[in-house]
Design a protein around this ligand. Structure first.
Ligand code: ADP
Length: 160
């Protein structure tokens, strides 16, 4: 039987409990999940691609049907997937997500995008907000796993 592969794309700069929730829930619905990390040369990331891969690998190591990769053009076709899973936090996400879905459809008619409503408990978490409050000695344990919190602290110290 054909395996259903779904892609969960994003910047994951860094991965948060909100992302992890979407990844876990989709791993129960599909045979295989590929967490695909965006590499946009015009965007400034706090963590390098390698660091983001490592952080996600450390975090998802107990989920057997999930792997990580870098997201490049025509990625879905290359890995034999036609499904994208994204999370929706609030109405503010909606407009951007609608544009993204239409763009993906325009690029490849066969792509279907599925949206999962964020878990209420995580719906206020975003990578940018977590980065914004890190570096002040705040307790980030409700937002990101321990390995990510340690890396964030280290990164903030390096940056002074
Ligand atoms: P952002 O869009 O905040 O830069 P990403 O690009 O890393 O974050 O997001 C990847 C995917 O994860 C998107 O579909 C985004 O909506 C979803 N996501 C991000 N944070 C959460 C959260 N707290 N709960 C559910 N989904 C989330």
């Amino acid at each position: 039987m054909k395996r259903k592969i779904a892609i969960v794309p994003g910047s994951f700069d860094p991965i948060t409990y909100g992302h992890i929730d979407i990844i876990k829930r989709s791993s129960e619905l599909f045979d295989e999940i590929i967490v695909a990390i965006l590499v946009n040369p015009d965007k400034k990331y706090l963590f390098s691609l390698d660091e983001r891969v490592e952080m996600i690998e450390e975090t998802i190591k107990d989920i057997p049907n999930v792997r990580v990769d870098a997201l490049l053009v025509n990625y879905a076709k290359k890995v034999g997937s036609s499904v994208i899973v994204r999370g929706l936090r609030a109405v503010s996400d909606f407009e951007y997500e609608m544009q993204l879905t239409f763009m993906n459809k325009a690029l490849d008619e066969g792509i279907e995008t599925f949206y999962m409503m964020a878990n209420k408990q995580y719906s206020f978490i975003s990578s940018s907000i977590v980065k914004g409050v890190s570096g002040f000695g705040a307790d980030l344990s409700k937002f990101v796993p321990k390995n990510v919190e340690e890396r964030l602290e280290k990164k903030m110290k390096e940056r002074g």
